[in-house]
Design a protein around this ligand. Structure first.
Ligand SMILES: Cc1ncc(COP(=O)(O)O)c(C=O)c1O
Length: 411
């Protein structure tokens, strides 16, 4: 069987059958405490679609009305614009689409070509987005010159950032980032770094874009913008925002959206703003506004990190933990500050991967790298992602698995 990810990072021997709360049950009868959560979509834990279906029936909603705007899209738009402090939005079907749209609009608005981006930040699988994710060309099958318009920097590199704008400022269309780098371990921005991104972009007439596909709703309802109090020109949400249904959204200011609003930039897709996804977003927002989800996640996160830290100390395993609300990563290293993709790559990733793979044998799944791959550029270090369903029992089971894995690793 050729399933999408199987064989590279996703294990080929696990086929999911059911998922509920914080766990996945497999066709083989196993059960895993899961810290990947449906590609990070399940802030509230896995749940059935029953309430969503009931809601569609109650409201007598059609599934798709095509290019007629539907009133419930407007209701969501109002919420999202207020949450993000933006003036305009466009719905898409995925994060990749929304980022791609942002770049296209930025180029149309500025009449420029270049994109500033950071190593290890993932922005979807489209051409320039995937071409420059690591120092080497990441994917085959891309057109020649896929990286020609990219300026690639290390995260938290203030000097590199200033230099890039000093050298290329009048040709930079946009700068984009994961405001908390989650794809290369959890690497928050250094104090002032996000502000510097946004300020330099403004001073140079470029567009700043926060890719909040992961941080959006995860680090709080107002995302990384709210957490750090920094507001770029454009922001993209996806994943947790719609609770597991295909969805993406690009939000920005009227002035920057002019190429789209005046139809100088073409954008259309059959399923944009489809009713199911929109309704699901509204449900997620309603629930997150109550606050309990974030409280439960915060509790689980501190218990889990505390337990893991005491385990590593007992085992004599050098480690360093970095976190943001709803996500964290443990680096196997003597360093006490991991500020960039390069720093993360210098940690003991092979040993960490062995730890994670061994935990899987004990019923816990965390983002895992490929054990057989020794090209460090390909060694993704994800993060642990938490949900409100990671209750005391899930945390205890995870710590038991971690303890067993550490024992095997040090034996
Ligand atoms: C930060 C970030 N940006 C963009 C994307 C692409 O989103 P999608 O997979 O919905 O196309 C992802 C998905 O993993 C992501 O994590």
């Amino acid at each position: 069987m050729n399933t999408r990810l199987a064989g590279r990072y996703a294990p080929t021997d696990i086929v999911a059958k059911r998922a509920s709360g914080a766990s996945i049950q497999t066709t083989g009868g196993d059960s895993f405490i899961d810290f990947i959560l449906g590609n990070l979509t399940q802030l509230r834990g896995f749940r059935s679609v029953e309430s969503l279906v009931r809601r569609i029936e109650e409201l007598d909603l059609p599934l798709n009305v095509g290019d007629y705007p539907h009133e419930i899209q407007d209701r969501l738009a109002e919420k999202l614009l207020s949450i993000s402090r933006k003036e305009c939005l466009r719905y898409t079907n995925s994060g990749s689409e929304a980022i791609h749209l942002a770049v296209r609009v930025a180029r149309a608005h500025t009449g420029r070509r270049k994109i500033v981006r950071f190593y290890g930040h993932y922005h979807g699988w489209y051409t320039e987005e995937i071409a420059g994710v690591v120092p080497t060309l990441y994917s085959e099958g891309l057109p020649a010159g896929a990286r020609d318009n990219l300026i690639q920097l290390q995260w938290n590199d203030f000097d590199g950032l200033r230099q890039a704008f000093a050298q290329h400022g009048d040709d930079i269309a946009c700068i984009m980032c994961e405001p908390v780098l989650a794809h290369s371990g959890t690497i928050p921005p250094k104090e002032g770094f996000l502000e510097t991104i946004v300020d330099l972009a403004r001073q140079n007439g470029s567009i700043s874009i926060f890719d909040e596909c992961i941080t959006g709703f995860r680090v709080g309802l107002t995302g990384a913008q709210g957490l750090f109090g920094v507001y770029p020109d454009m922001v993209v949400y996806s994943k947790a925002v719609s609770g597991g249904v295909p969805f993406g959204v690009l939000l920005g200011m009227t002035e920057h959206f002019a190429p789209l609003n005046e139809w100088r930039v073409f954008h259309a897709s059959t399923y944009d703003g489809n009713i199911l996804s929109v309704l699901s977003c509204l449900e997620v927002i309603d629930e997150l506004e109550q606050g309990e989800v974030y409280e439960a996640i915060g509790r689980a996160q501190s218990e889990l990190i505390g337990g893991l830290e005491s385990l590593f100390m007992r085992a004599g395993q050098p480690y360093h933990v970095q976190e943001a609300p709803g996500l964290f990563q443990i680096f196997f290293t003597e360093q006490n500050d991991i500020g960039s993709y390069a720093d993360a790559q210098a940690t003991d990733i092979p040993r960490f991967n062995r730890f994670v793979h061994t935990m899987r044998k004990h019923g816990v799944r965390v983002s895992e790298g490929d054990l057989s791959h020794d090209d460090t550029n390909q060694n993704w270090l994800g993060s642990w992602f938490l949900s409100a369903a990671h209750d005391g029992e899930a945390v205890s089971r995870t710590l038991e698995a971690a303890e067993a894995a550490m024992r095997e690793l040090t034996a």
